[in-house]
Design a binder for this molecule. Sequence first.
Ligand code: B12
Length: 222
Amino acid sequence: MDPILSKLGEAVEFGKVDKNSPFPPQMKGQDGADELASQALANGLAPTDVLTEALVPAMDRVGQKFSENKIFVPQMLMSAKAMGAAMVHLKPFFQSGAVKAKGTFIIGTVKGDLHDIGKNLVAMMVEGGGWTIVDLGVDVNEDSFNQAVADNPGAVVGLSALLTTTMANMEEIVSKIKAVNPDTKVLVGGAPLTDEFRAKIGADFYSPDPRGAVEYLKELVA
Ligand code: B12
């Protein structure tokens, strides 16, 4: 792996946001995720490699350490901040110049859930695929999704959940969206989901990654 990607992965894993950030003390004065992501792209590394080889595996390591009680919520939060600092540099590459004429994609993390990194990535990639994004943020309930569908007739909806407790909230949200607008297509995603779960809750499509969502949406308007 390119050394800069290993360094970037470490910066995210240990929560080093940028050179000036005092956390973690053992990385004082070193470049953080902000500088390293910018350097990786300036060196010509592909944005998808930066994402899939450095950033996403780093967050997986963070999750692993959290489950083993080796780190706690504050460290997880610093890693999320570092990931966010790196994503700022990736955004322009994924947004491309594609004309936003394919349709509107409403996305939100479901109620009770505050994880937004995956949701933001999906939004970024779908926007890059030529869709207009309505991002409802985190902790979104069925009424807000339905209001957004009413405001954007014909829009496709994406739901994200990262907790096993909040993925259960997806079922209610999907059924309330379908009760008002039966033709609305609903995509679901997030680490704990499976296609079996998608079928059980009556959603239209599941993908473990943003690429699958982009492909599905492409076929929808083809
Ligand atoms: C960062 C993080 C946090 C940060 C979130 C910051 C933020 N702004 O998002 C903070 C510190 C706030 C946090 C809090 C908590 N967290 Co947390 N967190 C994580 C961590 C380490 C990384 C998540 C992440 O960003 N991954 C990187 C992104 C890119 O991946 P992703 O989200 O899975 O998204 C990808 C796909 O799933 C997919 N996708 C996602 N959404 C969608 C939607 C659609 C439509 C589609 C098609 C695809 C798709 O595409 C994305 C890109 O590939 C995970 C561990 C892990 N490995 O997932 C734990 C994890 C999710 N957290 C966990 C827990 C327990 C918590 C807390 C309950 C901890 C606590 N005791 O307070 C709280 C809950 C707060 C809440 N109410 O939501 C557990 C969940 C366990 C479970 N099975 O339910 C995990 C798995 C850690 C662990 N191993 O125990 N967390």
